[in-house]
Write a protein that binds this ligand. Sequence first.
Ligand SMILES: *[C@@H]1O[C@H](CO)[C@@H](O)[C@H](O)[C@H]1NC(C)=O
Length: 328
Amino acid sequence: MITLFSFALVVCASSLHAEAQDSGSRTKVYANRGDNITLPCRLEGQSSLFGNRIKWAKLEDDSSETNVLISMGPHKKTYGNFQNRVYLLEVDDNDATLVITDLELNDYGTYICEIINGMNDKIVEVDLELQGVVFPYSPRLGRYNLNFQDAETACLEQDAVVASFEQLYGEWRNGMDWCNAGWLNDGTVKYPITKPREPCGGMRTSAGLRNYGRRDKSNSRYDVFCFTASLKGRFYYLIQPKKLNFDEAVNTCKRDGAEIAKVGHIYAAWKLQGYDRCDAGWLADGSVRYPISRPRKNCSPTEAAVRFVGFPDKKQKLYGVYCYKPQP
Ligand SMILES: *[C@@H]1O[C@H](CO)[C@@H](O)[C@H](O)[C@H]1NC(C)=O
């Protein structure tokens, strides 16, 4: 029943960008940042004369729920970050499908729909998955310098959020191998290994996510795994005649009506748009990197990657610059 209904709904709402797939009683919805999406939910059978009470909530990492939208007849209330971004589709009296507009990085996760009408109540769970990319991050200060709050700030500053276990696991299955431990958003510290070796958890340990477990959020310091999703604006290498120092790089992007790109921008462009450029360029955090999606001689010959040159002296006039132009 659920399969038919959710499928029908997605077809009806085909102007909304959503791809729903049913696995048992759970529905999975895949989407991109900025999309408007529908999370299907409906009651079967007769609807009540008095209308349904509908509650949508989002499941947090600690298993608590935060309210998204509550509806009783004509009365509707939306909450927190979802205010003015969510509404009910209301195809008919039995429909409790939720629309979320302008999807944000933090919106991924599990949503719970509760319909209460006194006769046949119903609870539905919908998983919302965002297409994106996970990248490891450490600041200019160097490796293992971030407590949990610093980690959250560091990702935000790079147009990203701290990655979830599922997101890092997905990236590991796609071949990610990184030998520095980083925070995840559940407060645990892990790192992904696809090629087991001695300094990274041992030769004899099988490939997988190495786990340091839950760490003291204030006093433990690690790197972080950040997650970002598709770009709404344009990422590009700014072609100009001379090499630049950092301040010149910032100003050159400004003069082009843009801003100097963030680390999240270069990863999103590389992974989701196949951006490829063999020129080392400044980024907003003072690092220098370049994105290679077609490995070749002298340009990351062995693997597609965002290559990290380092955090050079900001006065050095040795690099180009990557800019980002947000959509007007
Ligand atoms: C999403 O919905 C909003 C409000 O309903 C609308 O203004 C916007 O154009 C829609 N965006 C897309 C990508 O369809």
